[in-house]
Structure formats: C-alpha cells, structure tokens
Design a protein. Structure first.
Length: 452
C-alpha cells in the first residue's frame, strides 16, 4: 500500500467512526467521563444492525438445522475451567514497553527494524525492552470473602461455556454424533493495545459453534464449515474479493489444533482476522474430563466394534466475532458518489442487515391530510417490517440524505396524488435514486420482493 492509499484508508476509517457517532450507530464507551479504552457502546441503529447480524447467524446455524443445540452459559465460571484449558497459565500476549514514553505494545504487532533487527517504539523510535507474558483474562472475585477459592474470570471466549455443558446436552437430548452446540455472547480480553475502533476491544461478542464429530472423517466436516462460513460472508453482503482464507501453519497454530484457517478481511486499516475455523481434536473435552473427574465419554451405539464404542468426541470450531462482522459490514457498505450534483455518503447495506428497512414521509409537514395518510402507511408497513421510520423534518431531499446515511434501502413519500388521484406513493431506491409510483395496496408485496 503506498502512502496515498494509506492516507485514504485512514480517512475512510475516520469517516466511518464519525458517521457511527453522529447517527447513533456506535459511541465511545463511558464517553462523558472521558471514555474507557477498549469499550464501545452501541446506539439504537448499531444495536439494530448487530441484532440483525446475530439473528441471521442464529437462524442459519441453529434454527434452520436439526443438529445444533443453543446454550447461553454464565459469563462467570468456576476458575478450574480456565486452569483445565490452559488459559490461567497461558492465555497471554507478549508485552513490550518503551523505556522512554512508557507506552505498551504487543510485541508481535511492532515491526522489526531492517536497520538493526530490533523492535523500536512506534511513537518515539526508542529500542523496546524484552517482552514479558501478560495474561489477558480479567480476574475478579466472587462473593463477600476474597480468597484463592473466590477467584473467577470474565470469560475470554464463549467456547468453554459450551464444552462444560456437553454432558448436560447429552443427558437431556441424547443427540447422535455429529452434532453441534452454539452460543452467542460476550467475551472479555484485557488487550494490551485495543485499537482500530471495534476491531480490537476489551469487551466484545462472539458467535461460536463447537461441532462434535467422530475422529475419522473430520476433514469433511471442516470443509463443510469452511464453505458455510464463506457463504455467510456473502449473505451479509461482504464483497467476495475482500475475504481471504489463510491457512495457519503448524508453527502458528494452537498446539492442540490439527488444522486452522483464518478468514481475513480487507478492513480500512489492512487485511486482518475476521473469523477462525479450527479442528481442536478432543483437546477441550479430554481436559475437562480429566480435570473435573466427570466422565465425558460418548457411547456410540451405532458401532459393534468394542474399540470404537467409547470415545471422546472431536471438535470443529467455527468462531465468529460479532463486532468485527459489524465493522466489516460497515466498511464494505460505506460508499460515496455524486447524486443530483452533490457528493453523498451513504451505507449501502444488504437489505437483510439494514437497521431501518423503510422510511415513510409526508411530502409536507404542515398539511394534515398528508401527515395523516403518511402515518397510516407507516403503521401498515411497521406491522409488516418492524424496522420502519417516520420522518417529516426538513424537505424531502434532506430526508433522503439522512436515510441514505444510515443505509435505509427504501423511502416512501405520500403526496397530493396519493390522496387526490390514485392512492399511490413514491418509492425511492437508495442506491440508484430512482423513484417509482406504487399502489398502497401493493406496497408490502413490492417492498418484500425488493428487500429479500
Ligand atoms: P487476534 O489474533 O486478532 O487477537 P484471536 O486469534 O486471538 O484474534 P480468537 O481467539 O480466534 O481470536 O477469537 C475468535 C474471534 O473473536 C476472532 O476471529 C474475532 O472475530 C473475535 N475477537 C477476538 N479478539 C477480539 C477483540 N479483542 N475484539 C473484538 N473481537 C475479537
């Protein structure tokens, strides 16, 4: 990337951040107190966007299938969970500190200088000190008395909430292999350097699946989920050319993983991890079985071979960051063009993720007949689509700009012809600006066909 492109992309990021703040999509966490690094608050439209993404994901990967079991586990878990998985001992990043400005960085995020082969502070070029391991789990204490036994952690991933419920799911539902557990929820990591807006924060959300299989043939399931993950990126409107699959080498994989693919995305600040897909073998369930002393063996009644009857299932894990999805969707949707001799900035969301699907306007705010009819159309559409907005502020041109900025696919205007002539309204398309007259009685069918 040359200097000019870099500049353009950092401008793009600034534009997205400022649009998000201005239009109630995402705000800085605790803003009126000066903020809290690595935290972000979703406003009404950001929440709607995020919920659309989570609901679509849940539908695709859980409710549309017969082999997935959803759970919503507690964020606080027995500390032995994290001892068993190795997080207490090893969930750490290498931290380096600048001896002069005292800024701290993740060692692997600082480039090695071609001059002397050492890492220099990106802020003031001082040579950075030796790295020390910094555990990223937020430690807390449960109950009124603090002791070694009261230690707990805010979970750094949703995955373990599923593994510890494996036996419950087996006992309640008796699923046959292969089957999966799925969860959407918050995760917390005390990142050394949170950065790039919601890309790397200290509190974020994940959507994860632990798909349990017999060890023989795991490759097919891995391949199946690889395709499902790619399909998902298309379904939410990410541009195919911006999604890259990166095979992680054995040296860079977690020691228990036999194969990992990262799905990277061209964010405005460069290509970085969006999702991960890993074959985790039987590592998690075996560790929990040993550490808890609970038998987590699966009895395969379909085989007569006594050696294959008892097994600890192996796991394929597709892992999705919710906030990174929101950022990817926002950065691919952000578009600038010229319309009616004006530059306009708008969010070209795929309709399924758009926080507002349709906006309804009366042509003039001060004409009660128009307002009354527009309210009637608004209520009619809201019953069907839910996310419908009413706007009568300023002139129609300004209302279009406002809706374009938040990515509303269609605007419906009620004018005098609606009332005096033929009960039709103007439907204006966000991307092309074209307008069509549609009969009110056909409006729902018309919009439905366009929104799907
Ligand atoms: P990175 O290398 O970027 O720190 P990771 O490999 O540690 O990420 P995983 O442990 O695989 O991430 O977590 C699964 C998913 O959770 C990631 O693909 C990402 O979408 C999301 N995620 C992880 N850390 C963060 C974070 N600090 N902020 C936002 N999302 C995150």
């Amino acid at each position: 990337m040359n200097q000019k492109e870099k500049q353009k992309d950092s401008e793009l990021m600034e534009k997205i951040v400022s649009l998000c703040k201005r239009r109630g999509i995402i705000y800085q966490g605790s803003e009126i107190y000066g903020g809290l690094a690595g935290t972000w608050d979703y406003g009404p439209l950001g929440l709607a966007l995020k919920n659309n993404i989570k609901n679509l994901w849940w539908k695709k990967f859980v409710t549309d299938r017969e082999d997935m079991y959803g759970v919503d586990a507690a964020i606080l878990m027995n500390q032995n969970v994290w001892k068993a998985t190795g997080h207490v001992g090893g969930f750490s990043d290498p931290l380096v500190e600048c001896p002069k400005c005292k800024n701290r960085f993740r060692e692997d995020h600082v480039e090695v200088s071609s001059k002397d082969g050492l890492r220099h502070c990106p802020k003031d070029d001082q040579i950075l000190g030796l790295a020390r391991q910094f555990n990223m789990m937020f430690k807390t204490s449960v109950g009124a008395i603090e002791s070694d036994d009261s230690v707990s952690y805010l979970r750094p991933e949703t995955a373990q909430g599923m593994f510890v419920n494996y036996k419950n799911i087996i006992d309640s539902f008796h699923p046959k292999l292969p089957f999966g557990m799925a969860q959407i929820g918050k995760a917390f990591r005390n990142e050394i350097a949170p950065r790039d807006f919601i890309f790397r924060s200290r509190e974020f959300e994940q959507m994860e699946i632990e798909y349990l299989v017999k060890p023989v043939g795991w490759e097919d399931t891995f391949e199946y989920f690889r395709k499902e993950m790619l399909d998902w990126t298309k379904e939410i409107g990410l541009k195919e050319e911006h999604v890259h699959e990166v095979e992680i080498s054995e040296a860079d994989r977690a020691f228990y993983s036999k194969r990992t693919i990262d799905f990277e995305f061209d964010f405005p600040f460069g290509q970085s991890e969006l999702y991960g897909l890993a074959y985790r073998t039987d590592y998690d369930l075996s560790r929990h079985s040993q550490s808890s002393g609970t038998d987590l063996i699966y009895l395969d009644e379909e085989t007569t071979n006594p050696e294959e009857r008892k097994l600890i299932p192996h796991c394929i894990e597709p892992s999705f960051g919710v906030d990174r999805t929101v950022l990817a969707v926002l950065s691919d949707a952000y578009t600038e063009d010229r319309m009616n001799d004006e530059v306009r900035a708008y969010l070209k969301f795929a309709p399924i993720v758009a926080p507002v699907k349709v906006a309804v306007f009366p042509l003039l705010k001060n004409k009660p007949v128009l307002v009354e009819k527009a309210r009637e159309v608004f209520v009619h559409l809201k019953k069907e689509f839910g996310a419908v907005m009413f706007d009568d502020n300023g002139n129609v041109g300004k209302r279009y700009r406002r809706q374009d900025e938040i990515g509303t696919p269609f605007c419906v205007t009620v004018d005098f012809d609606t009332i005096e002539k033929d009960d039709t309204v103007t439907v204006r398309d966000r991307d092309t600006g074209t307008q069509e007259r549609v009969a009110v009685k056909e409006l729902i069918a018309y919009l439905k066909s366009k929104l799907n």
